[in-house]
Design a binder for this molecule. Structure first.
Ligand code: SF4
Ligand code: SF4
Length: 449
C-alpha cells in the first residue's frame, strides 16, 4: 500500500512481538495501528483527561481508539485493503473521531488516531462517495483558498447565516448543519505584513498569521503585535518567500487539507511555509502562533510529511504565544508585569492539552497579579474544526458541548479559550464572554506602559 503520510517512525513497532498482531497489509501504517495493546484504558467510563470524547459521548466501544484499531485491522487484513468493502461500523467510527489527539498523549502505547485518520481519509479520498459529501470536503479543505481568492465567498457565509432558507439548502445539498452558524469572516482581513517585513537578523521572533486569525479575527493578531512590541521584541510577520508563486496569499499551515485527508495539498502548503520561515528558524528565530490547531500542526503532522530536517528544525522552533512568554519569563527576558483583578475559567483546546502546552498557560496566568483562575478539565467542546458543522455529527457534537460545559463553572465572568472553533462555539452557546489569552494579557497591562 502506498501511503500518503510517512509512517517510517513505526518501522520497528511490534517487530518480534508475538502479540503485536500486525495486520497483513498496510506496511508501517498497519504497524502504527497495531501499537494498541488492548489495555481497554480508552474504554473506561470517566470524565478526567481528554481521551476519548466520542467514546464518552456515546458509550460505544467502537467509537474509542481501541475500537477503531480493531475495525482498521479487519480492513488491513483484507488483500484489497482500502478498496475493499469497509467493515461494518468503521466509517462511523472514523467519522466520529474528533482528532483531539488525546490518545496520542493518554493511551498507554500512544496510539495516534488523529494521524491514523488522516491516512484513512487520504486512502479513501478518490473512492466513490455521495456528491454532496465530496463537495463539502472540498469546501472545508480549500477554505483558505476560497477566503483569499473569492471575496464573494465571505458574503455568501454572511448571507447563509442570516437566511434560514439558505442554511437549510446547505444542509440538504452539502450536509452542513442548518442550525449551526458558520464563523463569520471579518470585514477586513489582517493587513500588517508590509509593515513587519524583516530579515532574520532584524527580528527576535516571527509571528504566524494563521488563516483563522488573518480572515476572521485580525484584531487578535494586532493585539499580539502590540503586546510583543511593548515587551521590547522586534517582531516580523511570516510572509511568503521571495519568488513564491502566490506572493499575496497568506501562508497557511495546511490544517484544513489534513483534516480532509488532502495530504498532497497540505504538503505543498508545508513546503511553502518552510521556504518562507526556514531562513528564520534555522537561525534560531522562533515562529510564534496564537491558534493551537495551526501552530501545533507544524510540530506534529509536518514531521510525517516526508520533508526531512527542515521540518524538524521548524518543529523545534515553533511555539504557542504562551510557550514563548513562559520561556522568556523563565529566562528573565520578559520585561512586562501583568495585573488583572478578575476570575477566569480556562478551557483548553484539545491540542494544547495533547502537547502539554497547558503548563505554559498556567505559568503565564500565575504571573498575572490578582488573577484567580481555574483550569477546567473539560474534554472537546464538540466543534473540533469542521466536525461540529457536519449535520450527521450534530448529536455527538451537542453531547460533547454539554459534557464539557458540565465541567465549567457557569458563573465565571470570563472563559479563556485559545482555539478559534472553541471560541466560536462558546459565543453561540454560552451566556458569558470568551477571549484568547492574548486579549487577556493585553487587558492585564498597566495603562500607558
Ligand atoms: S488504544 Fe491505547 S488505551 Fe485504547 S485499548 Fe489500545 S492501548 Fe489501550
Ligand atoms: S483523536 Fe481523540 S477522538 Fe480520536 S480516537 Fe483519539 S482520543 Fe478519540
Amino acid at each position: 500500500m502506498k501511503t500518503a503520510l510517512d509512517w517510517s517512525d513505526y518501522t520497528d513497532a511490534g517487530m518480534g512481538d508475538a502479540y503485536a498482531d500486525i495486520p497483513k497489509h498496510g506496511g508501517d501504517y498497519g504497524k502504527a495501528v497495531a501499537v494498541c495493546i488492548k489495555s481497554g484504558l480508552c474504554q473506561q467510563p470517566g470524565d478526567r483527561g481528554l481521551m476519548c470524547p466520542s467514546f464518552r459521548a456515546s458509550g460505544d466501544k467502537r467509537l474509542s481508539p481501541g475500537g477503531r484499531v480493531e475495525l482498521l485491522k479487519q480492513l488491513l487484513n483484507q488483500p484489497a485493503g482500502f478498496a475493499a468493502e469497509l467493515p461494518a461500523g468503521l466509517s462511523a467510527a472514523m467519522d466520529s473521531c474528533v482528532s483531539c489527539k488525546g490518545c496520542r498523549r493518554e493511551c498507554e502505547n500512544a496510539v495516534d488516531m488523529a494521524r491514523i485518520k488522516i491516512e484513512y481519509l487520504a486512502q479513501r479520498r478518490h473512492l466513490p462517495m455521495p456528491a454532496g459529501r465530496r463537495l463539502r470536503a472540498h469546501l472545508f479543505a480549500t477554505l483558505p483558498h476560497w477566503l483569499h481568492y473569492r471575496p464573494l465567498f465571505k458574503s455568501l457565509i454572511r448571507w447563509r447565516n442570516s437566511s434560514r432558507w439558505l442554511a437549510q439548502l446547505g444542509q440538504r445539498w452539502l450536509g452542513i448543519a442548518a442550525d449551526e452558524p458558520l464563523p463569520q469572516p471579518a470585514l477586513q482581513p489582517f493587513d500588517k505584513y508590509a509593515a513587519y517585513r524583516r530579515t532574520p537578523e532584524q527580528c527576535d521572533l516571527l509571528l504566524l498569521a494563521d488563516t483563522f486569525g488573518h480572515h476572521f479575527e485580525p484584531q487578535l493578531l494586532d493585539t499580539c503585535l502590540q503586546l510583543l512590541q511593548r515587551a521590547g521584541y522586534r517582531v516580523a510577520i511570516a510572509a511568503p518567500a521571495a519568488g513564491d508563486a502566490e506572493p499575496d496569499r497568506p501562508l497557511c499551515c495546511g490544517r484544513t487539507y489534513l483534516s480532509q485527508g488532502w495530504v498532497d495539498e497540505a504538503r505543498d502548503e508545508a513546503r511553502r511555509m518552510l521556504q518562507a520561515v526556514g531562513p528564520y528558524v534555522e537561525r534560531g528565530v522562533p515562529l510564534v502562533g496564537l491558534e493551537p490547531s495551526c501552530l501545533l500542526t507544524l510540530r506534529d503532522e509536518y514531521r510525517a510529511l516526508g520533508l526531512g530536517q527542515a521540518a524538524e528544525t521548524l518543529a523545534a522552533n515553533s511555539l504557542l504565544l504562551e510557550e514563548f512568554i513562559a520561556r522568556e519569563q523563565r529566562s528573565g527576558r520578559w520585561a512586562l508585569a501583568f495585573a488583572l483583578d478578575t476570575e477566569l475559567d480556562v478551557s483548553p483546546h484539545c491540542h494544547q492539552r495533547a502537547f502539554g502546552a497547558m503548563r505554559a498557560t498556567r505559568r503565564v496566568l500565575q504571573s498575572v497579579a490578582g488573577l484567580r483562575f481555574t483550569l477546567v478539565d473539560s474534554g472537546c467542546c464538540g466543534m473540533a474544526g469542521h466536525v461540529g458543522l457536519e449535520a450527521e455529527q450534530q448529536p455527538l457534537s451537542d453531547t460533547l458541548w454539554q459534557q464539557s460545559e458540565a465541567a465549567r463553572a457557569p458563573e465565571a465572568p470570563l472563559t479563556l479559550r485559545n482555539g478559534f472553533s472553541c471560541r466560536h462555539r462558546h459565543r453561540q452557546r454560552a451566556a458569558t464572554p470568551t477571549a484568547h489569552l492574548v486579549e487577556l494579557l493585553s487587558q492585564a497591562l498597566p495603562p500607558g506602559e
